[in-house]
Design a protein around this ligand. Structure first.
Ligand code: 5AD
Ligand code: SF4
Length: 436
């Protein structure tokens, strides 16, 4: 096997897992191919968070089958959450798949390929490596300025709609020194920004010896020279501590940006989702956060049409969006997931109702996001310049609040921080003038 191509579905966690698969395979002397048509092996790194992601995977698999029919030597591997969920069942639907492996089995990929070479049957390995979180995995990152760094795996929260705890397992944190040494290495390679990744970063450190916790990890990463910016996803509102709020205020490299999924503005729905906070708890935390950091950028996730969601519950979500004035949201129609508790709840809604509610939420948020962006006109923003712009200006970059900015400036600025005066704002990006 000389060349491989990876197709990634889903979240940043999966994107980063694909970077690890690339690192592992390159270490074995393989090369990454930009298209499936030329590769000896195609890996589909799958997502199972919603039904739609699953459908996308199966249609991509169908496309690959056609390539394999013409070129039987092509090997097809299925990785990620659907691989973990379905295991060998994938083979009854797609017998032409050669390898199936789960998110914590990535480091065994070379031995699976080796086994497949001498074996005519498909190789299925979704057992999960109990030591995966203690391993340093070779990684080939796609970006040269911004890097993802996993700090923990799994989730113990069991929100009733969510399949993640069943697929990514119990929470396991990496050792702080391991994480810091990876960040130092990244700094040495010229990286300027790190995003710390975990399903629930605020409970980082649980199960580790000593008093490791997320704010103390942030302090250690903040001390690494040459790294200019630190971000993290995702935070669970219940575990958002005053310690984290202080870290956001005090640590110069930690960006004033928080993605804090609320899911619903109705206490009845939050309870049915097993979120273990109320609308009032959440608002209280946001108020404390905004007291110390008035300019913080806030984003969230919303699920509409959760089983049993009444019109009045939905109205509370709309009202919540008006109240918080998020900078952006990701909104989804509730999707039934295998093995989750919400499947057995009463009051499942029709797709029509979900679609209508989704459109309403997105429509309202578009107005709020535009208004918030307009408020930035005339402000001075620190921008990490990450490349040539696709539209407007010549360069593009991100503010500390993670908003995209386009502006005219010499390409020599790519990779550095620039001060930019915002002169215009749209829904998805800002336009600015470089301040000399
Ligand atoms: N249906 C719809 N959205 C879901 N999410 C997780 N599970 C489901 C589901 N079954 C959303 C949540 C979560 C985000 C990553 O995906 O909003 O925060
Ligand atoms: Fe899923 Fe809830 Fe864990 Fe997030 S916190 S991964 S929504 S179970």
């Amino acid at each position: 096997m000389k060349s491989f191509h990876i197709i990634t579905f889903g979240c940043q966690m999966n994107e980063h897992d694909s970077e690890r698969m690339t690192g592992i395979l390159e270490e074995q002397g393989c090369t990454s191919s930009s298209v499936a048509e030329n590769a000896d092996m195609v890996i589909l790194n799958t997502c199972s968070i919603r039904e739609k992601a699953e459908q996308k995977f199966y249609s991509e698999l169908g496309r690959l089958k056609k390539i394999k029919d013409e070129r039987p030597g092509l090997k097809i591997a299925v990785a990620g959450c659907i691989a973990q969920q379905e295991g060998a069942n994938i083979l009854s639907r797609a017998p032409y798949v050669d390898i199936v492996f789960g998110p914590s089995d990535i480091s065994r990929l070379p031995s699976m390929i080796e086994r497949k070479r001498s074996w005519s049957l498909p190789v299925v390995d979704v057992a999960g490596d109990p030591d995966y979180h203690r391993k340093r995995i070779p990684t080939t990152r796609t970006d040269r300025l911004k890097a993802w760094v996993s700090i923990m795996y799994g989730c113990d929260n069991y929100c009733t709609y969510c399949v993640v705890p069943y697929l990514r397992g119990r929470e396991r944190s990496r050792l702080p020194l391991e994480i810091v040494s990876e960040v130092r290495e990244l700094a040495g390679k010229g990286y300027k920004e790190v995003t710390l990744l975990g399903q629930n970063v605020n409970s980082y450190g649980k199960g580790l010896e000593g008093d490791a916790n997320f704010p103390s990890l942030l302090r250690m990463v903040d001390d690494v020279p040459a790294i200019e910016r630190i971000r993290f996803v995702t935070s669970h509102p219940r575990d958002l501590s005053d310690g984290l709020i202080s870290a956001l205020r005090d640590l110069p490299k930690v960006c004033e940006f928080l993605h804090l999924p609320v899911q619903s503005g109705s206490n009845d729905v939050l309870k049915a989702m097993n979120r273990r906070y109320t609308r009032e708890d959440y608002l209280g935390k946001i108020m404390r956060l905004r007291e110390v950091l008035p300019s913080v950028t806030l984003t969230t996730d919303i699920i509409v049409g959760f089983p049993g969601e009444q019109e009045r519950d939905f109205a509370m979500t709309m009202d919540f969006l008006e109240e918080v004035q998020y900078d952006g949201i990701f909104a989804f129609k509730y999707s039934k997931r295998p093995g989750t508790a919400a499947l057995r709840h009463d009051g499942h809604l029709t797709d029509d109702i979900k679609e209508k509610r989704l459109a309403q939420v997105l429509d309202l948020q578009r107005k709020i996001t535009s208004r918030n962006n307009e408020k930035l006109v005339d402000s001075l923003q620190e921008v990490l310049v990450d490349g040539l712009s696709k539209k407007g200006g010549t360069l593009s970059g991100r503010t500390r609040g993670n908003k995209a900015v386009n502006f005219n400036a010499p390409a020599a600025l790519i990779g550095s921080l620039a001060m930019v005066r915002i002169i215009a704002a749209g829904m998805n990006s800002l336009t600015g003038h470089l301040c000399e």
